[in-house]
Design a protein. Structure first.
Length: 134
C-alpha cells in the first residue's frame, strides 16, 4: 500500500505545488532564524516544531528546537526533542549533554557536572561510550 499511495501522491502533486512547498519551508526557516536572532524562544519554538515535523531527520534542528523548549522551561518537550535528535544520530554528543541539562533543569549543559550527566545518560540509554572523547 505504501508504494501505491506514494505513486498516487507523486501523481497528484504538481511541480508548482512542490515549488510552493519549497518556498514555504524556506520562509519558515528564515522565520525560525529571525526568532532565534532576537531571542524570541517562544516564537522560535512554535516555528521550529513545524520545521522538525517537516525535517524529521534533521537532528541538529531537533536539538536547537529542544534548546528553545528548555529556555521556556518546557523540560518535557525539550527532553523529547533531544531524544529525537539522539534517535536519529546516537553519536551527537551535544544532544546528550543538552538532555542531561534539561533533566537537571539547568540553563546550559556545562552547568551539569560531567559525572552527573554521564549517570543520567547511562540510566536512560544504558551506555555512555558515545560520550568518550576521541
Amino acid at each position: 500500500h505504501f508504494f501505491e499511495n506514494l505513486r498516487i501522491f507523486i501523481w497528484l502533486v504538481s511541480p508548482r505545488q512542490i515549488r510552493l512547498l519549497t518556498v514555504f519551508v524556506q520562509t519558515l526557516s528564515k522565520e525560525f532564524k529571525h526568532h532565534l536572532d532576537i531571542t524570541d524562544y517562544e516564537g522560535a519554538l512554535t516555528v521550529g516544531l513545524v520545521l522538525v515535523g517537516i525535517n524529521k531527520k534533521d537532528f541538529k534542528l531537533a536539538n536547537v528546537v529542544g534548546n528553545c523548549a528548555r529556555r521556556q522551561k518546557n523540560y518535557k518537550q525539550a527532553n523529547n526533542l533531544y531524544r529525537h535528535a539522539l534517535k536519529i544520530n546516537p553519536k551527537y554528543q551535544v544532544a546528550f549533554y543538552n538532555l542531561a541539562a534539561s533533566m537537571g533543569k539547568v540553563e546550559k549543559y556545562d552547568e551539569v557536572p560531567r559525572n552527573i550527566a554521564v549517570g543520567i545518560l547511562e540510566k536512560i540509554f544504558g551506555r555512555v561510550d558515545l560520550l568518550k572523547k576521541k
